[in-house]
Design a protein around this ligand. Structure first.
Ligand SMILES: Cc1cc2nc3c(=O)[nH]c(=O)nc-3n(C[C@H](O)[C@H](O)[C@H](O)COP(=O)(O)OP(=O)(O)OC[C@H]3O[C@@H](n4cnc5c(N)ncnc54)[C@H](O)[C@@H]3O)c2cc1C
Length: 377
């Protein structure tokens, strides 16, 4: 691919933005289009925990782990404060059977070289005196995990992209894709037309439109079904620091609902991500949010008077089997798909690897399990 090849990226969430960032670092001719405001999709609602905790099978765990390990370099390359905080996650179990499950899972992760360790009651309390870990049977702590402010990441990527001379089009969704048949039963995506009527020709088309990627891929004749996975996070007004060492906490899975994850932004506001054993908080009303915050105060007393500032809702981009879809497609060889859950964790890797695959026409072995053709072959 030469430097004048026109690359159109649809979607300016964390995935489209990181791909655009890496492509423009290599002086590509890029246009980024978002149908709304950049970063306003799943990326806004995201809990943004960078981890490789509950990722199965092994290759998917390894992919997330590799991306986790790439995050510090990615943040340095962005050359902006993106709220990246390391310090790990603590969670504990309240019952004997819950403790067995927690420790077995940790042991399995350690056998994959993931540094997650058991803490006794006194160690756990010493690590985080502000959390009331009662009832307590066992705790685990993994120090390599972190979180980030996704809005700052998107902004930093797109600032760079625009400084590099690329065009960013916002609030103008792609309405159609012109796909023309080619030889050998293949086709080429030649242009996209926006709702405003503007047409953009392309040599490579990247679809990174989150949940809407399914609909857009269908315009190019590609079937890419997803699970329906609505999610929500609650953001409170700023509070004093609640953690001393860790940056994320998870309430026990073996206690009655709801399950909640808690993290704190640099400005002191607290993000709560949660759910029930059957799903997440996608349908939570504003009143429920206040109730959830007060419920979690039994574990974090400093949240007792917290006021809800915002509820962020979004659809998780979630391919049918829960794993990413990344790469060029066989039937439309100039169409590149980038659709995934855990896209915050995976964005560091996806931006770099997609750029190599697009510009160098290389196929990265580690991405082979994630091609869209796995659903059809
Ligand atoms: C509640 C929740 C919690 C999560 N927690 C975590 C976590 O802890 N860790 C983690 O790693 N991941 C987490 N995720 C997943 C992660 O947030 C997503 O995988 C990631 O944000 C996906 O980014 P994206 O850029 O692919 O999609 P999105 O952020 O959805 O961006 C897609 C963009 O495409 C645009 N678009 C859509 N249609 C069109 C069109 N026709 N034309 C032009 N533009 C279009 C949208 O406007 C949007 O801006 C969570 C997600 C949710 C919802």
């Amino acid at each position: 691919m030469n430097s004048s090849s026109r690359i159109v990226i649809v979607g300016a969430g964390i995935i489209g933005s990181t791909i655009a960032f890496q492509l423009t670092r290599r002086h590509s001719n890029v246009t980024v289009i978002d149908g709304a405001a950049p970063g306003s999709g799943a990326t806004l609602a995201s809990y943004a925990w960078i981890n490789s905790r509950d990722k199965e099978p092994r290759h998917y765990h390894d992919l997330n782990r590799r991306s986790l390990d790439m995050w510090s370099r990615f943040a340095r390359d962005l050359d902006a404060d993106v709220g990246l905080r390391w310090g790990g996650e603590i969670r504990w179990a309240a019952t004997e059977s819950g403790a067995r499950e927690l420790l077995d899972h940790a042991e399995r992760l350690r056998s994959w070289s993931y540094p997650i360790f058991e803490l006794g009651r006194h160690e756990a309390r010493a690590l985080e005196p502000g959390i009331v870990m009662e009832p307590f049977e066992a705790a685990v702590y993994c120090g390599i995990e972190g979180h980030v402010d996704t809005q700052k990441v998107v902004k930093a990527c797109l600032n760079h992209v625009q400084r590099a001379g690329a065009e960013l089009i916002t609030n103008d969704p792609v309405a159609s894709i012109d796909v023309q048949p080619e030889s050998g039963g293949k086709a080429a995506a030649n242009s996209v037309t926006l709702a405003s009527g503007r047409r953009l020709d392309c040599d490579v088309l990247v679809l990174a439109a989150g949940y809407e990627t399914t609909q857009l891929a269908a315009l190019a004749g590609i079937e890419l079904s997803q699970q329906k996975s609505p999610g929500a996070t609650i953001v409170t007004e700023p509070l004093s620091p609640i953690f001393r060492n860790v940056v994320c906490m998870h309430t026990p899975r073996d206690l009655p609902e709801p399950l909640m994850n808690v993290r704190q932004f640099a400005d002191g506001s607290v993000m709560i991500h949660g759910g029930t054993h059957n799903g997440s908080l996608g349908d939570t009303s504003d009143d429920d949010a206040e109730k959830l915050v007060s419920e979690i105060a039994r574990f974090i007393p400093s949240l007792a008077d917290a006021r809800v500032r915002q509820i962020r809702r979004g659809m998780r981009p979630m391919p049918e089997d829960g794993q990413p879809v990344i790469g060029f497609t066989e039937s439309v060889p100039n169409l590149y798909l980038a659709l995934m859950h855990s896209g915050v964790t995976l964005s560091a890797l996806t931006g770099e690897f997609a750029t190599i695959e697009i510009l160098d026409e290389a196929r990265i072995d580690l991405l082979e399990p994630y091609r869209v053709e796995r659903f059809t072959h």
